[in-house]
Design a protein around this ligand. Structure first.
Ligand code: NAP
Length: 308
């Protein structure tokens, strides 16, 4: 099979840190163009907008959309309408309905749409899923606490409507939880803390359950200084499972379980190539649905103003 001619849109932090190195190592892709208002990629044709790029480079087969979620739908709609396969960074959009619309558009045109969830490919996630499949889970606690000033300095979009606030990292935890749990869960209560000068939450405390009254809670907080926590702790009849460092490490009752090497973005591009070859889409909206439910059901608590 000849390589997929790929273009990238929204050249920012995640493109430079992860997409470009992963694409360079994958022979299934040839990066031929980029569209970004300010950013550029060396060695390929660069355009100021997706419209200009699609018009100038008909050889593009697929586009990876890496801009903030509020601007992803319009770009995805243009790319699919021009007959291109689409890779969506996480979260796949600003609303559930717009992603459903893209899914229908892709299906109608026989194109592949990929709603990527990079944290699902963290090294120890599959081992955690396999462990939980053979146990009875008594309770699960998700602790995702990081310093927003360190990880998202001056990213205004993240605090605007649709930017998700603390759910931008929190949705990564939800993408893991919804993948490793053997059955679906739903939110029963939530408290969302909004800085008085922002339109998105800085912290969230969420309770989930299921038909068997599973005790599952999540704490997301962006005010964490010092040690950062991206941990999922499950108490089970086979011991206490700790999936830590965002899915990179796994232990059961303190014993470390072997994890695969770090491969999140290489695995995402392998999956994208696979679905394009198979002529299918891969769109699991469960993590975004939980975020939407938290906004629907959550109590809103005003807290002190946040300044970068
Ligand atoms: P970013 O650097 O702030 O944004 C990416 C690029 O999007 C910007 O450089 C900008 O490029 C373009 N952009 C910004 N505002 C735009 C607008 N109003 N309209 C169109 N394009 C706009 O953000 P990022 O950290 O790369 O994150 C982008 C996406 O990747 C987010 O959905 C995020 O959740 C996800 N992600 C980020 C990370 C991470 O560690 N940062 C990890 C995994 C996933 P131009 O100004 O050149 O157009």
């Amino acid at each position: 099979m000849s390589p997929i001619n790929l273009a990238i849109v929204g050249v920012g932090k995640i493109v430079r840190d992860q997409h470009l190195p992963a694409i360079a190592k994958n022979p299934d892709f040839r990066l031929i163009a980029a569209a970004s208002r300010h950013g550029t990629v060396d060695g390929i044709d660069n355009f100021p907008s997706i419209e200009a790029m699609l018009a100038a480079v008909p050889a593009i087969d697929a586009v990876a959309l890496c801009m903030p979620p509020q601007y992803r739908y319009t770009a995805a709609q243009k790319a699919l309408s021009a007959g291109k396969h689409v890779f969506l960074e996480k979260p796949p959009g600003a609303t559930l309905s717009e992603v459903a619309d893209l899914e229908a558009l892709a299906a109608g045109r026989g194109l592949s749409l990929f709603a990527s969830w990079h944290s699902r490919y963290a090294p120890a996630v599959e081992a955690a899923k396999a462990f939980l499949a053979g146990t009875t889970i008594r309770s699960m606690q998700v602790i995702w606490k990081e310093d927003v000033r360190h990880w998202h300095p001056n990213q205004d979009w993240i605090w605007q409507p649709g930017g998700l606030g603390v759910f931008d990292p929190g949705i990564n935890a939800l993408s893991i939880v919804t993948h490793i749990l053997p059955r679906p869960v739903f939110i029963t209560a939530a408290t969302l803390e909004f800085p008085e000068n922002r339109d998105a939450p800085i912290a969230a405390s969420i309770r989930f359950s299921d038909a068997d009254e599973l005790d599952l809670s999540a704490e997301f907080d962006w005010r964490q200084t010092g040690r950062q926590s991206w941990d999922i702790v499950a108490r089970t009849d086979a011991g206490e499972m700790v999936l830590s460092e965002g899915g990179a490490k796994l232990s059961v009752d303190g014993r470390t379980i072997h994890a695969e090497p770090e491969q999140e973005y290489p695995m995402l591009y392998r999956r994208f190539s696979e679905i394009v070859a198979a002529g299918i889409s891969d769109v699991d909206l469960a993590p975004l649905r939980h975020v939407a439910d938290a906004f629907m059901l959550g109590r809103r608590k005003p807290v002190a103003a946040f300044h970068d």
